[in-house]
Design a protein around this ligand. Sequence first.
Ligand code: ADP
Length: 351
Amino acid sequence: MSRRTWHAHAMRHWLRDLRSGADHLPDASVLLDRDDRARWFNRAAQRLLGLTRPHDRGIWLPGRWEGSELGDWLRDGTLRPAGDIAAPVSGGPRLGVMLLPLRAHFRVLLARDNSPINRIEQMRRDFVANVSHELRTPLTVIHGYLELLDADDVPALAPVIGEMRVQSRRMGQIVEDLLTLSRLETQQDMVGEHVAMAPLLATLLREAEALSQGRHQITLQHEANADLCGSSKDLHSAFSNLVSNAVRYTPSGGRIVIAWRASADGAEYSVSDSGYGIPADHLSRLTERFYRVSSSRSRETGGTGLGLSIVKHVLGLHQAQLRIESVPGAGSSFHCVFPAVRVRREGGDEG
Ligand code: ADP
């Protein structure tokens, strides 16, 4: 065998091994040329992306996946990975996809079956919901008996009974917040009630004043002639969490401003305070469950550590964003930015 033939032979073997290796990968991989045609794909791509050999070799992929989420993502042309899109095959799984750039404008499309991770996520959600649900009844019983105990009968135990009542109420609030989060997590979309902002803002101001008990200077700036479309119960819960945080994390004598303004492409509800503020390195983690900058301050003021997590979920279901600005020692502002699709004419009918 000549040296040249030997090389060609070795290359063929090497290529076959490489292809067979790629065929055993659990993730789909597709080699795209500069015109987005499929040059090569592995076996998992047949299963997850519906490609067939030899029919789809050389096929223009945006056209092949026309009308599917994957087709839209590919046409979009950005190299931004997508975490959860539908497989372009009927009854297929949800996929995580990404495009890796190669030389000469070639790209590799990688797609991973999200089913295992989704199953674990579902188990986590069910576990939290079930535990919270199971804790609710015993807690109600304990709470009920504690309310029946009269501290005057045993004065020596009065402080103990008082503390037990506070802690059982706190546990009850944690369980209720966890159940709220479980419901919000499993909810796919939001009801479209007309949410009148004027009475809601008036309620929030009253709640802030009741919580503050005269310790802060609280103002309401109602500047937008606009209402919202969504769930009034959940929006109230999110907005009042921000109000309650402003009161709890602002020392006496501080200022709190609740504002409702129209923005260039929607409307914005915000709560600003002149309180303790939050160091920048904590900001990105604030909406995680039980994440606190200072556990002791949160507990002392009756926090459950779940408020901002609830805010984030409620806003997500309304396609709104939470923006946080804070300067330690100077104060914080929490902005809920609603897109135009969620904004309605004030007092108007459902649109
Ligand atoms: P918590 O019940 O602990 O207040 P949240 O989820 O509402 O839980 O808030 C998470 C953490 O974010 C709080 O523990 C606190 O450290 C910080 N935080 C929230 N709002 C403010 C605020 N207005 N000023 C300063 N810190 C805040």
